[in-house]
Write a new protein. Structure first.
Lengths: 181, 177
């Protein structure tokens, strides 16, 4: 007897193969390909974000170097502005320019976010104007930022000159100036 | 009663061909699944990295903002300190100029430096010496100069010289420059 068609087993194999083909195609077209596209988009997005992040990091590094450089260059100013005024220390440091030097009062003047000022009245006795020049030079190198203000009064009595002037000592409100991020 | 001398062959649906086919099917499906899992894993990793990088950017932004604030503050302090130091240096020059201005024949007893003026008290041998040797240079510096004399015991003259710079005129001069 002649076998007229596919055997039962071959039919099963054919059905299974077709099912597999359908499953593979459906899985690929409906799940894998969209997911792959999404992956590709996300990958290029990530490259952009990484590039941006590196740019930020470089900018952060540059800013930090600039800050460190500024802090190093202006160490004197920063320290001087954050040092609290001390009458005793001032007198000890600047007494040498005068025969006598007295500070009459220390008043906390203007106060804002940036500076507190101390108003100090100074009376001194000098033997020559050179002392006052030396004092003004020394004040620019002192431990504080001090400005000598008008009016400045000189009065000659015999061989000595009495001078009276007011000074403004500038100081920062307590702030951590040296900290850097 | 046996009709055949051959033994019967046990037939199974899992023939060798079928087994091969099943292995092939399994490998195919496994590969698809693994690819899908790989994509899922990558997706998760991307999301994680994105979240971390975004957080890092926010932190860097805050850090840059704080540093910029500090930089501005230090620059402001530096300019301020420089202004104060310049002011003191100018003051020193002003005092030096004042003492240089007074001729040897005139003796000062008192000098007051004001923000916009100068008051001098002293003694001069005569009015002409004062007028030519002190008042003339004072007039060239100040806008308004007032002098008053009164006789001293030794025949000399005590004088009070009040000199002012008008701020408005000073500003106009600066504008013209």
């Amino acid at each position: 007897m002649k076998n007229s068609g596919l055997s039962r087993q071959n039919i099963y194999v054919l059905i299974a193969s077709l099912s597999l083909l359908i499953v593979v195609l459906s899985f690929s077209f409906f799940i894998l390909i969209p997911k792959g596209k999404e992956y590709r988009i996300k990958k290029s997005e990530m490259i952009k974000i990484r590039r941006e992040s590196n740019r930020y990091e470089k900018f952060n590094q540059d800013t930090l170097s600039l800050l460190k450089k500024l802090q190093a260059d202006n160490r004197y100013t920063i320290t001087a502005l954050s040092t609290q005024f001390s009458e005793e220390r001032f007198l000890k440091q600047h007494q040498q320019y005068f025969n006598t030097l007295t500070l009459s009062k220390k008043v906390i003047g203007e106060k804002d976010d940036e500076f507190i000022t101390y108003d100090v009245n100074t009376t001194s006795k000098i033997s020559s104007p050179k002392s006052i020049y030396d004092f003004l030079d020394a004040i620019n190198k002192s431990d504080w930022i001090i400005s000598v203000n008008f009016p400045i009064k000189f009065k000659r009595e015999d061989s000595v000159i009495y001078s009276t002037f007011s000074m403004k000592v500038y100081s920062n409100p307590k702030k951590d100036l040296n900290s850097s991020k | 009663m046996r009709y055949s001398y051959t033994k019967h062959r046990r037939k199974s649906a899992f023939t060798e061909d079928m087994q091969l086919l099943l292995i092939f099917f399994t490998i195919t499906l496994l590969m698809l699944l693994l690819t899908y899992l790989f994509l899922l894993f990558k997706d998760y990793k991307f999301d994680e990295s994105k979240k971390n990088l975004n957080q890092k950017q926010v932190d860097l932004n805050i850090s840059i903002y704080n540093m910029k604030k500090q930089i501005t503050f230090i620059e402001k302090q530096s300019i301020f300190a420089e202004t104060v130091h310049t002011k003191n240096a100018v003051l020193k020059d002003s005092i030096s100029n004042l003492f240089d201005l007074v001729p040897q024949r005139i003796t000062l007893s008192e000098a007051t430096l004001l923000e916009n003026g100068l008051i001098l008290n002293g003694i001069t041998p005569n009015k002409n010496v004062y007028n030519f040797m002190l008042q003339a240079p004072l007039r060239s510096i100040f806008h308004r100069t007032y002098s008053s004399f009164y006789p001293a015991e030794n025949g000399w003259f005590r004088f009070v010289s009040t000199n002012y710079i008008d701020k408005e005129e000073e500003e106009i001069e600066l504008d013209e420059e």
